[in-house]
Ligand binder design. Sequence first.
Ligand code: NAD
Length: 485
Amino acid sequence: MDLKAPEYIANYIGGRLQKPLGGNYMDNVNPAIGEVYSHTPDSDIKDVQAAVDAAKAAFPTWSTTPAEDRFKVLNKIAELIDANLDALALAETNDNGKPLWLSKKVDIPRASSNFRFFATGQMHFASESHMTEDKAINYTLRQPIGVVGCISPWNLPLYLFTWKIAPALAVGNCVVAKPSEVTPMTGYLLSVICKEAGLPDGVLNIIHGNGPNCGSAIVEHPEIKAISFTGSTRAGKQIAATAGPMFKKISLELGGKNPNIIFADCDWDKAMRTTLQSSFANQGQICLCGSRVLIEESIYEKFKAEFIARAGKLIPGDPLEDSSKQGAVVSKMHYDKVLGAIALAKEEGGKILLGGEAVKGTGRCENGLFIQPTIIEGLGPDCRTNMEEIFGPVVTIQSFKTEDEALELANMSDYGLAATIWTQDISRANRVAMKVKSGIIWVNCWLMRDLRTPFGGFNSSGVGREGGWEALRFFTDPKNVCVEL
Ligand code: NAD
């Protein structure tokens, strides 16, 4: 198959690629060159209704399709994602501004893994049963919910989109899914792949649009019984407020302000190399990036000097070039937000040790949205810069004297998504991991993923867990059956 990015993106409803019913489109901008390169449907309630109707019609057959047949078609989607790696990665880079090599190495392979993992996992998914002495047998029946809504953000467009869709489909639900309007192209190309793979019509419906017109129509729709959402804490609050009184199941994967705790006994080279990645990978636009780097006092000055020197070599450039370690920031709105956060850090008394400025691109990227990796020092732990998510190539560094102080600083945030701990002392690593209030803790590594583990945050980073059996459980309704013996 020949996957091509069209000028006008189509919705995928009931197996058909179609125009938005209202006929409205939004511009899709390539942030590395600052130009509109395609148009995205500005779908609304009418398109959502058509998608829900198609999903409802497909549900009786899909939910009773044998697990092995569901496996075959979902696994075929994974194969086609792999076979179209280059086209998908290019589409993602053009939408997002991230380096092409990163998309090829991480994002697209992880998207196919999502389908492969959940396609296989549902064939082994078992439910519980309990003998109530010699009186009864109780078993838990797990049935698909029906039509579910999946809404995803722009930072890892296909990877996070498929992370939500694949488990929902695997256990027999039909899905109405919306990718971010900022990065719609890979979601569209997934529609084309699903058709080619032979996914039955209406099982997956992908509609494009913005949050207020389209996302909220999905959340508010009474026949959509569960919402799996990844995005900002702001939107997550609105979704919870709407879905709560409707008693929908919700999984909310939200923002973060992740601490990266570096003790003096760390493996220096590995901690340094990985901290550069966890601070600036994807221009810092990964919810799991460590944006507060906490360094033990005895190594603070040495770590700081080397960190600045090495981050200074991460010059942003054309994302299509293999040599570019940094790409463009995703949109003008986000670019202004990140530069505004740097200005705020200065007002709060922060000292900019590196960066702090926009960078002018060259060649085809002269109008691109580039920001230099930025390191800020001298801010208290409770200032806005250290409390609010920036979601760009911006980190603060702070020193600590003791393990207790490191924990206090780490836990000052309202968020609780991820944390990284660097130490060679195994007891300390386990002690600190137990006390840091985050849903995901990495010890001496970062962004290692095992799809069997539950994934999600605490506090303002969200509720619900995705990944592994947790995701398959989320997308099923448990029912207890008690049989008297
Ligand atoms: P966003 O909340 O603006 O948008 C996310 C998605 O929700 C988009 O598809 C958008 O159209 C839709 N949306 C927006 N408002 C909505 C509403 N009221 N109702 C329904 N849908 C709505 O987030 P973003 O700017 O696209 O993404 C960045 C955010 O996502 C950051 O805060 C980041 O930390 C977070 N994120 C979290 C994780 C995680 O796993 N916890 C992963 C990636 C990104």
